[in-house]
Each structure stands twice: as C-alpha cells, then as structure tokens.
Design a binder for this molecule. Structure first.
Ligand code: UDP
Length: 492
C-alpha cells in the first residue's frame, strides 16, 4: 500500500529571484499537508534551512535533500554556488557551468525518491522528460508575471521587431489586450536575434507547453486579463498562488532569515535610521540580487538621489576590479550622506521585506524583478521602474502602462550587468525627475499611491482563507491527490 500523503519534490534554480519564491511555495505546500522535499546544493540550502527546520519542528513534513555542487571541477572556491555570487563574467560562467552539471544528480534523486509530482524551475526544461519517465506530472514554476510570459510568447510568435528601420524604433506587441509599445533594444537579446542563449531559452518555453501546468507567483486581481490570455490563447493550465512571500513569511524572524545567512550586523543601525524618518518619506533603491552597476552608473545614481532632496536607502552590490578612485567616491558619498542623514547605503544584501514593510518607506526604485515588484505591491508601495535585463522591461510596462503604479526612469537597453556599457547609463537628471514625481506631493503621485494601496489590499485578500490564491493552492493540491489515486488504481 502506497503512502496516502502526497509527496511533491521542488527543484529550485540557484538564483535568489527563482529560489526564494520556490522555497516560500514549497513551505506553503507543506503547511497544507503535503510531504515536501526540496533538492538543493549545500551553500544554497543554507540560505533557507532555518525556515525549513522551524517548519519541520512545528510538525510539517518538509525536508531538504542535498546534492553536491561540482566546485573543484569547474574551478570555483567552495560555497560559490549561486548566480548572485558571480562578481565578474568569468566566475559567472563557471557558476552556470556548475549548475548545468547538476542534472545527473537530480535525475538519480528523482528516480530514487519516486515523488507524486515534481515542481521544477522554468530553467530546468529537461525535467519534463524526468516526469514522463516517472509517470508523474511536472509543474513548470515560472518566476515572473503572466504579462511577461504573454508578451514573450506573442513577440516570439509574430516577431513584430523584425524589419524595423532601427533598434530604437517602437513596435506594438501583438495579441495583448492593451497597446504596449517597446523598442527592439528593450527585449532580451536572444529574442531580438538568435544567439547562443536562444538554444538555452527556447526549450524552456517549449517545456512549459509539455508540462502539466504552470505555477505563478501572482494573484488574480493583479493581472486577470493576462492570466486569461495565457490560459486561452497560449493554452496553458495555470494556478496563481501569490504573493507567496507575504503568505509564507508572516513574522519578522522569517522576513530577516529569508535568502541570506550572514547575520545582519548593522541591523540596528539601518533600523534606527529608518525609525528617525517620517512616514512614507524614504525611497528604497535596489536593483535586485544579481545586478552590479558600473562606476559611471553609480555616480549618476549618487548625484541623482542627492539632488532629488529626498531621503533614501540604497543597496549597492560590490563588484571586482573597482579602482581606488572609484571606491573612494562611494565611501565619500556614504560619509556625506551619513552626516546629512539624507541617505543610507547597505552593502550587498538588504533585509528587503523588513525595509519595504517599514512605515517610513514610501516608494522603491526597482529593476522590475518580479519578486521585488510583488513584495512592494504587497505593502502598497508605488515604484520607479528601472529595468535592466531579461523580462524586466515587460514587467515595467505592466507597472507603468497597465497598473499605473510606476514612473519609468527611461531605461533603454536590455543587458545583463556584466555587459552594460555607456549606452545603458541613465543620467542623473532622469533620476531626479522620476524621484520628484514619485516622492513629491503632486496628483500623479497621490493617485499612484492610492492604486498601489488598493492592489496591496487585494494581495492580502488573495492569500487569506477563501481568497483566490488560497483557493487555487488548495485546488491544485486536491487535483494532484486525485491524480495520485488514479495512478495507484491503474498500478493495482
Ligand atoms: N533580495 C533581498 N535583498 C537584497 C536583494 C534581493 O532580500 O539585497 C531578495 C528580494 O526580496 C527578492 C529577491 O531577492 O525576493 C530578488 O528577486 P527579484 O525577482 O526581485 O530580482 P532578481 O534578483 O531575480 O533580479
């Protein structure tokens, strides 16, 4: 007799924007009676193990199954196992190489553990075959918006950017319920024209169609038209179960422990600084877990923030090869901001959920990573949008043109940080302009704030008992249980 409890294996991709929401989702499954196993490497697991242990000790059936990251084979020091650890292109390349080598270990574990379902990151297209071998459903975990998935789908299908006079000319994305205009330079380079990355990303989209369905960290009221479009035109079964960060991390200890292991030594200092500020007066500036900016861009941001006259907390990720002059510019700036109490710099990693949740925080400058968007939205904050790479430019369009809760800073070129050049630099005047609109007292800011708060309330409702996301999660678990029973009947 097989165990009656549904066993689901989660396989996250080792970058915070993918891993954090998947771990939150896995914990939600466990809290709703599912036996959960998360497959991950040592250093990555250590960033969330505290939460797993605490859930386990509270009686939930959840555990991590460790696999070995091939550090020495790819020539990396121990513990460098996540895309966020890449401080230059060479290290980044080795990390990706190491991640690709994990496939065999994951395959063997899946066969050994014989789960009833696998929920695997969108980047692991090959897990469709693993699920077929096991005769269980594979659920595709898409770590961004319905909007971005629909936009990518229609651009890849109709290629409206081909044959334009130049890469800076606008085209309209076909097939969408809103008129969304972009330039070819703003879409991912591998979509613009085939390159080495196309061979990696195309199978990802194909694997979605061959999966049992897609899990979204989104909620019905946020992008219902795009949820519908994805189900009807793209024919993909899906469940929106977000925002998972607000659902899975309800207390402060969980919010601090999320996504990092280092103790937050300066916690009291940034908190005191925020506590000394008026409600909704501080702008939180973050470019997510991956982006590290070139010196020229940091200088423009520093001047832009200072010239805006508004208070800010800015998260700066360190980069290799900054020379002395460059380092001293930021150190002087940090000192000057400390003295005037106008600004606070956090180096490398910020306790983002706690900062966003603080009453003094009044807005965010975001690179439009989907998690940062949802985390800001969940607490009703409007945004300055500054997309950098991948699908972030699509997310910007959702915020600015559809939801109308974002002010665009005017980012023009879709490039991963390691290859940003002068073309991609946003000037200080643009930054000042956007900050004045968002943090000022004008009508536009008030209306954006109001809409963001309304969406924040909708987000909260969706994860309460009987809310849309809550019901979707329960329904998905029930469906997976029925599939398990049906499979066992066939076997017996
Ligand atoms: N994050 C954080 N502190 C940081 C940077 C990032 O807690 O200093 C978290 C953030 O809250 C979010 C994730 O890392 O959950 C980043 O995901 P997102 O989709 O926003 O962007 P990405 O890092 O993938 O570009």
């Amino acid at each position: 007799m097989e165990s009656q409890q549904l066993h689901v294996i989660f396989v996250p991709f080792p970058t915070p924007g993918h891993m954090i929401p998947m771990i939150d989702t896995a914990r939600l499954f466990a809290k709703h009676g599912v036996n959960v196993t998360i497959i991950n490497t040592h250093a990555n697991a250590s960033t969330f193990q505290k939460s797993i242990d605490s859930d386990f000790n509270s009686g939930y059936s959840i555990k991590t199954q460790l696999i070995h990251f091939p550090s020495s084979q790819v020539g990396l020091p121990e513990g460098v196992e996540n895309v966020k650890d890449g401080t230059n292109s060479e290290i980044l390349g080795k990390i990706v190489q190491g991640i690709l080598m994990l496939q065999d270990q994951i395959e063997i574990l899946l066969q050994d553990l014989q789960p009833d379902c696998i929920i695997t990151d969108m980047m692991y297209a090959w897990t469709v075959e693993s699920a077929a071998k096991l005769n269980v459903p594979r659920i595709h975990f898409y770590s961004s918006s319905y909007f971005s998935n629909c936009a990518s789908y229609f651009i890849m299908k109709y290629r409206p950017h081909d044959n334009l006079v130049s890469d800076t000319h606008k085209f309209t994305i076909p097939g969408l319920p809103h008129t969304i205009e972009m330039t070819p330079l703003q879409i991912p380079d591998w979509v613009r024209e085939k390159n080495a990355a196309t061979a990696y990303f195309e199978p990802m989209f194909k694997s979605e169609v061959r999966s049992y369905g897609t899990l979204y960290n989104s909620f019905h009221e946020l992008e219902s038209e795009y949820e519908k479009l994805s189900k009807t035109r793209m024919g993909i079964k899906s469940w929106s179960v977000g925002p998972v960060s607000a659902w899975a991390n309800k207390d402060n200890e969980r919010k601090v422990n999320r996504g990092q292991i280092e103790e937050l030594g300066k916690e009291a200092e940034w908190l005191n600084w925020l506590n000394s500020k008026q409600n909704e007066s501080v702008l939180y500036v973050s470019f997510g877990s991956l982006t590290r900016l070139p010196h020229e861009q940091l200088v423009e941001i520093a001047h832009g923030l200072e010239n805006s006259g508004h208070s800010f907390i800015w998260v700066v990720r360190k980069i290799d090869d900054r020379d002395e002059g460059e380092n001293s510019f930021l150190q002087d700036f940090e000192k000057r901001m400390k003295e005037s109490k106008k600004g606070y710099i956090i180096w490398n990693w910020a306790p983002q959920l706690l900062i966003l949740d603080h009453p003094s925080t009044g807005g965010i400058v975001t690179h439009c990573g989907w998690n940062s968007i949802l985390e800001s939205l969940s607490v009703g904050l409007p945004m300055i949008t500054w997309p950098m790479f991948a699908e972030q430019f699509f997310n910007e369009k959702l915020l600015v043109d559809v939801l109308k809760i974002g002010v665009s800073v005017g980012s023009k070129v879709n490039k991963f940080w390691a290859s940003i050049d002068e073309d991609g630099v946003v000037r200080r005047e643009e930054i000042v302009k956007a900050v004045e609109i968002l943090m000022g007292n004008g009508e536009e800011s008030k209306e954006m704030r109001m809409r963001a708060k309304k969406l924040g309330n909708a987000a909260k409702r969706s994860i309460e008992e009987d809310g849309d996301s809550y019901n979707n999660l329960i329904q998905l678990i029930d469906e997976l249980k029925s599939l398990k029973i049906a499979r066992e009947l066939v076997k017996s």
